[in-house]
Design a protein around this ligand. Structure first.
Ligand SMILES: [Zn+2]
Length: 190
């Protein structure tokens, strides 16, 4: 699913490139900078949204600090429970992403966090002072009529108050764009 969202967003960038070479250079530069500085910044999160036929595809990525308040591997049963609870909250896509104009039902989800990984890579991170971890959630929802979808209210700020801002990129058949959400401005208008 994540790949599909990324592919759709990449296609939109290729279209932008065809629209004008200068514009393309600016876009690429901006994307690069964005990735370098904002890929993992506490308080900030990312949301990629794409419509593919009758499916609404959502990719959410956040530093673990925003979700459970720590980024090291769990050291106590309480911390392990916090992670389990967070994964359970993140599964509730229909409560987190409230669609307007049409109703959508969750078909598929995939919630991943390197807080629960046991391979060497994360262990090495755990030992490092500047260790960072993320939550990565991918959803596919099926909607009654994606053409009627006018926007999405994002309830992530209520569920996870440590999230201060969410950078959104979206592409629908009619429109593509981006916006920055906060707790006071949590609606994505397509
Ligand atoms: Zn971090």
């Amino acid at each position: 699913m994540r790949t599909l969202v990324s592919v759709i967003l990449s296609l939109s960038l290729i279209q932008a490139a065809q629209a004008g070479r200068d514009h393309d250079h600016k876009n690429k530069h901006h994307q690069h900078e964005h990735h370098q500085h904002d890929a993992h910044s506490h308080g900030a999160a990312h949301l990629n949204i794409a419509i593919d036929g009758s499916q609404l595809l959502i990719e959410f990525r956040s530093p673990a600090a925003n979700i459970v308040g720590f980024e090291h591997q769990p050291r106590t049963p309480q911390q392990r429970q916090q992670i389990t609870t967070a994964v359970e909250q993140l599964r509730q896509a229909e409560q987190l992403f409230i669609t307007q104009g049409t109703s959508c039902r969750l078909e598929q989800h995939d919630i991943v966090t390197d807080l629960l990984s046991k391979h060497d890579h994360s262990h090495r991170h755990d030992d490092k002072h500047d260790a960072h971890s993320d939550f990565d959630a991918n959803y596919a929802l099926r909607c009654d009529n994606t053409a009627a979808l006018t926007g999405i209210n994002v309830a992530l700020f209520k569920q996870f108050p440590a999230i201060e801002s969410i950078a959104v990129q979206f592409i629908t058949p009619a429109k593509q764009g981006g916006t920055n959400l906060t707790a006071d401005k949590s609606f994505i208008q397509f």
